[in-house]
Design a protein around this ligand. Structure first.
Ligand code: PMP
Length: 459
């Protein structure tokens, strides 16, 4: 019989010597989990524990774990053609680009990369170059929102509006501006959601005008700010943002890295708001996390401005691994699975059920607000309901820890903006079963209610 404890401690010993983890802060008792296998919505670790992964890894395993079909799609493609760069072409990329176009319900041309950050970097370069090629030589600035995340590279991090992710890495790429996000929960007293959202949209127009319209290339935003705290706008927000962008000749880039591929209950998050983006970036759920792949979808008529025969008119951007044939073949199969199993509709119905079942948590004084977008939920914890003072990090971490002790992995908006890392997040695979949903609800509510009942937080 294998001594799992001994195996695990051997692995952790090497782990601490050789591996530098994402986002890790170091200190006693903070050892990582060594994840060994996964199936459906469940993962298993080297100690033999099982957990329901209600964060889909990093918000990405939309189709669920353990899909042999996805492994087979990559394997078969690797046997036929493991690699060729997209300076030329190959069948999996052609098929996937056509399919994405269908999902986007518009005419787009697709540029492939490997990560969400890279997809956004490509979008920024395309937006700047496009503006110059239509004679708008001074348009180089981008507007995004505080609290939003757009990636870890120097441009994508510059677009990010989370000071705690940027501190000690600045200066980043120049030309990125931020405005207030539509955080309806914290709107000024007396204002309706609609009025507040219109005011937040107006902040974008003000920034564009005050900066000088002729200097602004694009606005980038997620349909819903996800990792920054699940901030769901009122529909008037997007309507107005789109109008503002069109009025001022500013491109609208929609970052669908988390909201895409069914998460929102529609194929893409922006489809909930009737927006027609100029550029759409996507990653994560595109392959359900099975292989790295991302895409920048560009409106056809924008792409066409890169076609004239001037020496520098083409997009001088190469990505060695972007659009890798196996990743594309796998992504195509992933989209087929989402369609065949109707997981986009399932996300909507699971999301509705999750919201309905969680609603009575509002009786717990610790819970200030519950927000959801499809099968994605944010639970904002507060120390005081009247003042909306955010709950201390210790309370947030305690709930996460106790859920884990009971076999449920949930997340939070960590290291974002000072004092506001108080939103718990739930983002399970769209393939979750009814039993999985019941387990999430039962476990989460039991933990939150127990913490509330202890009176560990003021009411
Ligand atoms: N945009 C959004 C909205 C994201 O959530 C993320 C990653 N969490 C990214 C971009 C960056 O993606 P990646 O980590 O693949 O570079």
């Amino acid at each position: 019989m294998l001594d799992l404890e001994k195996v695990t401690s051997g692995l952790l010993d090497k782990d601490s010597r050789y591996l530098w983890h994402n986002m890790a802060s170091y200190g006693a008792g903070k050892e990582p989990m060594v994840v060994t296998s996964a199936n459906g919505s469940w993962i298993a670790d080297s100690r033999g524990n099982r957990y329901l992964d209600a964060m889909s890894g990093l918000w990405c395993v939309n189709a669920g774990y353990g899909r042999e079909e996805l492994a087979a799609a990559a394997y078969e493609q690797m046997k036929t053609l493991a690699y060729y760069p997209l300076t030329q072409s190959h069948l999996p990329a052609i098929k996937l680009a056509e399919k994405l176009n269908e999902w986007l319900e518009g005419e787009y041309v697709i540029f492939f990369s490997n990560s969400g950050s890279e997809a956004n970097e490509a979008a920024f370069k395309i937006a700047r170059q496009y503006q110059r090629q239509i004679g708008e030589h001074d348009r180089y600035k981008f507007v995004s929102r505080y609290r939003a995340y757009h990636g870890g590279s120097m441009g994508a991090l510059a677009a990010t509006g989370q000071a705690q992710r940027k501190y000690k890495y600045e200066p980043l790429a120049a030309g990125f501006l931020h405005v207030r996000p539509p955080d309806g929960y914290r709107r000024p007293p007396g204002q309706t959601e609609e009025e507040f959202n219109l005011e937040c949209a107006q902040a974008i127009e003000d920034a564009i005008v005050w900066e000088g319209v002729e200097t602004v290339a694009a606005v980038i935003m997620e349909p819903v700010i996800t990792g920054g705290g699940v901030l769901v706008p009122h529909p008037v927000y997007f309507e107005r943002v789109q109008e503002i962008c069109r009025k001022h000749g500013v491109l609208l880039i929609i970052d669908e890295v988390i909201c895409g591929f069914g998460r929102s209950g529609r194929k893409f998050g922006h489809q909930n708001f009737g927006v027609k983006p100029d550029i759409v970036t996507m990653a994560k759920g595109l392959t359900s996390g099975y292989l790295p792949l991302s895409a920048t979808a560009v409106r056809k008529d924008i792409y066409e401005k890169f076609q004239d025969q001037q020496p520098y008119s083409h997009f001088r951007h190469v990505n060695t691994f972007g659009g890798n044939p196996a990743a594309c073949a796998l992504a195509f199969k992933n989209l087929e699975i989402l369609e065949r199993e109707q997981l986009v509709d399932r996300a909507r119905s699971l999301g509705e059920r999750l919201s309905a079942e969680m609603a009575d948590l509002m009786e717990c004084p610790l819970v200030g607000d519950i927000r959801s977008f499809g099968f994605l939920m944010g639970i904002e914890l507060v120390a005081d309901r009247a003042t909306k003072e955010p709950a201390p990090l210790a309370t947030v971490n305690r709930i996460i820890g106790e859920c884990k002790a009971q076999g449920l992995i949930i997340g939070k908006n960590g290291d974002t903006v000072a004092g506001f890392n108080n939103v718990l997040t739930i983002c399970p695979p769209l393939s979750s079963t009814d039993e999985d949903l019941a387990f999430i609800v039962r476990t989460f509510k039991a933990v939150v209610n127990a913490v509330c009942a202890e009176g560990g937080v003021p009411s």
